[in-house]
Design a protein around this ligand. Structure first.
Ligand SMILES: [Zn+2]
Length: 200
């Protein structure tokens, strides 16, 4: 039995996940999602390992105490989710394998920072650091949380996807959309630049 607050957060979260699917930010398995059950404690709800985000339902979330270092039932990215909740005040984490993020990250190396060209991206995100480490590892978790602690709550894992940590569900949704849009703008700009180079 989940606390009442967790039930209402789940409902809100599922509404936003549907929008991310609509915008082709989530495809297939698509990543993983978690949130801290408020008022702040050590309980989170996180998607189960192997969850198809495109068909996300309340039953796909499992409760986990942050005191648990490992949880085989949870998403393989539990170490990253856990470390962010332990080290910051963030309450919601969206991790998505969106296309523009993966494409653009492959043209950069770890340590690079991508700067959005569009106004909304400049205001909401400012810059997107890139990290590289195998999926599901403590190494990835530590690299990501280092940025989140510094206030960079949108981090791009090279060849993999975006991690967005926010204080609330709506904020996480807006930032996930903003980062993917900024990266789509960058990809399209690069394509147009290349085409103009060919035709000029
Ligand atoms: Zn992933």
């Amino acid at each position: 039995m989940l606390p009442e607050k967790a039930e209402s957060m789940l409902e809100e979260l599922l509404r936003y996940v549907k929008l991310l699917i609509h915008h082709h930010i989530i495809l297939g398995y698509g990543g993983n999602i978690s949130f801290r059950v408020l008022p702040k404690g050590d309980l989170i709800l996180i998607t189960r390992h192997g969850t198809l985000l495109e068909l996300l339902e309340p039953k796909d979330f499992i409760p986990v105490r942050l005191s648990e270092k490992q949880c085989k039932e949870a998403s393989i990215e539990y170490p990253t989710h856990r470390l962010i909740y332990l080290k910051t005040n963030m309450n919601v984490i969206f991790h998505v394998h969106s296309t523009a993020a993966i494409v653009l990250s492959l043209r950069h190396k770890e340590g690079d920072v991508i700067k959005p060209l569009d106004e909304e991206g400049k205001i909401l995100i400012n810059e997107i650091p890139i990290v590289e480490a195998p999926a599901g590892t403590i190494e990835l978790a530590e690299k990501i949380v280092q940025w989140v602690i510094k206030g960079r709550n949108v981090v791009l894992a090279r060849g993999h996807g975006i991690f967005v940590a926010e204080e609330d569900i709506k904020g996480a949704y807006i930032k996930t959309c903003a980062v993917e849009r900024s990266l789509r703008v960058l990809v399209l700009t690069k394509i147009l630049d290349a085409l103009e180079g060919v035709t000029s």
